[in-house]
Design a protein around this ligand. Sequence first.
Ligand code: ZN
Length: 346
Amino acid sequence: MNSAYHHRVSVLGELGTATSSQLASISPSILIPLGSTEQHGPHLPLDTDTRIATAVARGAEACLRARLEEWLVAPAVAYGASGEHQSFAGTISIGTEALTMLLVEYGRSAACWAQRLVFVNGHGGNVGALNSAVARLRAEGGDVGWCPCSAAGGDAHAGHTETSVLLHISPADVLTERWLAGNGAPLSELLPSMRRGGVAAVSEVGVLGDPTTATAADGERMLAEMVRVTRPGGTVFCAFTNWLSPWGGHETSPWHYVGGRRAAQIYYRRHGRQPKNLYGRSLYPFSVRQALRWARMRGDADLIDAVPRYLPGWSRPIVRLPGAREVLTWNLLLVLRRSPRAAGPQ
Ligand SMILES: [Zn+2]
């Protein structure tokens, strides 16, 4: 094995190379790369996600060290929930339930000496386990969070994004003579079939995206982007039109007050075509109450403000009036700050 994270050279900031007595006098924070062992097409190694998570955690640690913060990168957790890849040889999945327990026990144990924990996740299938485990650890008083390794516009699996990053961090292990383009449809379109038959149902070669366009230079840029969004302290703005607002149904308004599906039918009768925003697919009955709950339950960000976006400043208290706020807010702007404890962008 020659991946970067198997080199046991002493790297500054690596938990695995520290001794217990070195840690006894400080109370460090740790970044824990969480990957998977699963097929990544005919051209990438099984531990691709683990390598990416490790590289991102190391990059984030280097940035934090520059700010004189004491962080260590823990040895990676190299198995995850990869059931969707099970029909391909090489995949070893421990499933969501076992991974949740693993992360909870990991967190409880590490919290005995570490002050903060951030799981750096390299595999989408681990998200369910991460959300439950982090919520449980936080409820127990732990200073715990998680963040994904994400770059804007990236493709889903063993495609341009992951292949480019591996060409940058482990070029010798990318079999470019074997790479094949896989299914390039957006993940949202593929998910229904994938839920039934796994990745094999939508891509014979196990690739979602196109690795053949990958370059090491792109990988370097995307890795830098992943590290940048992982650093704590950023501010996130997100706005949406609440369902019971006069414009909640978008172009089907105001008929959405009689129900999303009926509003779409009325729109079709009047205009002879489907509305652009399809109820249940790209249009959801999301309320102010649900949005505030969602924002307050985030394990990785703190809600710092919630305001009616298009209304004057004096109208701000509307957001605190249950019932009335659902109609009067029109469009809700949430301001979240990435928690300094949990370095996640989403
Ligand atoms: Zn992957």
